[in-house]
Ligand binder design. Structure first.
Ligand code: C2O
Ligand code: CU
Ligand code: CU
Length: 575
């Protein structure tokens, strides 16, 4: 299927031999055209033996929409045109810049014709879906303006909420920010049998934060501070609307929530203290519902919530808020941020409203929450290919570079531990290589791999410079000299892995992070299948992930999209 064949040996190197071998491969136009050697691959064409059940055109284009009162806002957006398949495959969100909802059934064969009507290159990734490597929207498949890329795949996923969004090299955050994103639902029989609230009783909630200028235009800055901590708007939009409100009947609803922000992390909680009933996460339904005082939702994560408004009075209101928490931003950046830009009126970790529910109608009947939701095929520890040697995902942080495993994203830079044997189940460990407690780079063991500590020292230098530029920070210098470097830079990262969903085995946090951690720790759902997991400062998370069915390159990266574009992204090569 893959029109590149990979070998364990690097097939592209800077040697002339490597280049000759590379350029003679079909489909490759110019190996060096893109930054970091990102090759350019001829767009995939429709294959005559693929017989789609569903086919639609998906356009990326610029447009303008009304978001705030007054002038329209220039955006980039997806739109779709169904060519074959059930008409409910594509349902719009009226008036929103967000892409239409895509509704697929497990087992369907789908063809999507992606038309790039932008003035820059783009590619679309199906975040959460398990598709062949050359259908996954890797940046190497980005297409030029005016070009069309054909995706063909079978829906292998169980029921769940997924995301489609751009993934072009170093421009993902910006394109998502200007509006290119949408929700993609997969349905299956297991879910259908539950008869969960559907139709008007199932509501997508895509949460984003945006910054507008006084002409109602989106502002996206890219200064060092924004890149380091991520870009934060000062206004919450839900489904592309400000001050989002839904009118409901006094019965149970299913809220399908997605954090579509580039960087902002939410701590979702009902304003009257009602617990949140979670029935699903990234990879679909949990086995049983979980009740939480609040739920953390980082960029790229999804949440399936059972919200029962039975017994509430007509006219009453309930507000979903982001509640106060601490510890996700670097302590260092919080000081610098204050100097480098006007204080955000929506501080990260503040307490602010996300959307309002108004009970508009009293009804007497409501469905009951099922006690058993689904059956998950858990992978047992005994099935692991590497029970004693987890694959490392080491997070390292400095003001100029956010890295994984000590290296910035580079195409064809697959390290030994990034080669993964097809059809194996692997243990992975995500940890702060330089963050967290103490933060002494030299003390890092790197989980038994050849990880570099160079990035740390370079980072350290630039941070010292940044601090000097930053003004009167010398008082804190003692802390830095005292080895608090890592801790000063440590922040939370939502780590996302392409391909199949994973299960969370363990989370441990350093003792010195416990007071911040206490403000978020009851908001993690570890009982479902995930593709994105929020890693707090000083936290170490072990996951089990299958690498089945498809060979090729599958990315892993931070879903703080500013971090992703800074290079906090790597490839696994499944072979
Ligand atoms: Cu949601 Cu690689 O991305
Ligand atoms: Cu993804
Ligand atoms: Cu990050």
């Amino acid at each position: 299927m893959n029109h590149l064949s990979y070998s364990r040996r690097r097939f592209l190197s800077n040697s002339s031999m490597g280049l000759v071998a590379f350029s003679s491969m079909p489909g490759i136009l110019n190996a060096m055209e893109r930054m970091h050697g990102m090759p350019k691959v001829l767009p995939n064409k429709a294959s005559p033996d693929f017989k789609p059940d569903v086919e639609f055109d998906l356009f990326c284009k610029s447009g303008s929409v009304s978001i705030l009162p007054g002038q329209q806002t220039q955006v980039q957006q997806y739109s779709a045109l169904l060519k074959k398949g059930p008409k409910e495959t594509i349902t719009g969100i009226p008036g929103s810049y967000l892409g239409p909802l895509i509704n697929l059934q497990k087992g369907q064969k789908v063809r999507i014709n992606l038309h790039n009507k932008l003035t820059e290159s783009t590619v679309t990734h199906w975040h959460g879906l398990h598709v062949p490597a050359n259908m996954d929207g890797h940046p190497m498949y980005a297409i030029d303006p005016g070009s069309t890329l054909i995706y063909e795949f079978e829906v292998l996923n169980r029921a769940g909420m997924n995301i489609y969004h751009p993934h072009p090299h170093e421009a993902t955050a910006k394109q998502v920010y200007f509006g290119l994103a949408g929700a993609l639902f997969v349905r299956d029989e297991e879910e259908a049998a539950l008869e969960l609230p559907a139709g008007e009783f199932e509501i997508p909630i895509v949460i984003q934060d945006r910054l507008f200028d006084d002409q109602n235009q989106l502002v996206y800055a890219g200064n060092m501070h924004d890149r380091m901590v991520g870009f934060y708007g000062d206004r919450i939009l839900v489904n592309g609307r400000p001050n989002f409100q839904i009118d409901v009947a006094s019965r149970a609803y299913r809220l399908r929530i997605l954090n579509g922000s580039t960087a902002r992390i939410y701590k979702l909680g009902w304003d009257d203290g009602t617990p949140i009933t979670v029935i699903g996460v990234d990879g679909g339904l949990l086995e049983q519902p979980e009740t939480k005082p609040y739920v953390m939702l980082a960029p790229g994560e999804r949440l399936d919530v059972w919200a029962d408004f039975s017994g509430r009075k007509e006219g009453s209101q309930l507000v979903m808020r982001s509640l106060a928490y601490s510890g996700v931003l670097p302590k260092m950046a919080m000081r610098m941020g204050g100097m480098m830009r006007h204080a955000n009126t929506l501080p990260v970790g503040g307490d602010y409203s996300i959307f309002t529910v108004r009970v508009a109608k009293k009804v007497s009947d409501s469905p009951k929450l099922p006690a058993q939701l689904s059956k998950i095929n858990w992978h047992q520890l005994g099935a692991l290919a590497n029970p004693d040697k987890p694959i490392p995902i080491g997070i390292s942080e400095s003001p100029m570079t956010m890295l994984l495993n000590g290296r910035p994203y580079t195409y064809n830079d697959i390290q030994d531990f990034e080669h993964i044997k097809l059809n194996t189940i692997q243990l992975l460990e995500i940890f702060h290589a330089h963050g967290g407690s103490g933060g002494h780079g030299s003390e890092n063991k790197g989980a038994g791999t050849g990880m570099m500590s160079m990035g740390h020292h370079q980072g350290g230098m630039s941070m010292m410079q940044a601090m000097r530029h930053g003004g009167n920070e010398n008082k804190e210098g003692g802390q830095v000299r005292g080895g608090g470097m890592g801790m000063m830079m440590a922040m939370a990262h939502p780590i996302h892995l392409h391909g199949q969903q994973f299960q969370i085995v363990s989370r441990t946090v350093n003792a010195d992070q416990e007071s911040d951690y206490a403000t978020v720790q009851h908001g993690f759902i570890n009982s479902g299948l995930k593709d994105t997991v929020l890693v707090m400062p000083g936290e170490k998370i072990r996951i089990i992930k299958p690498f089945q069915d498809f060979k090729g390159l599958f990315m892993y990266h931070c879903h703080n999209l500013e971090h992703e574009d800074m290079g906090m992204m790597r490839d696994f090569l499944i072979e």
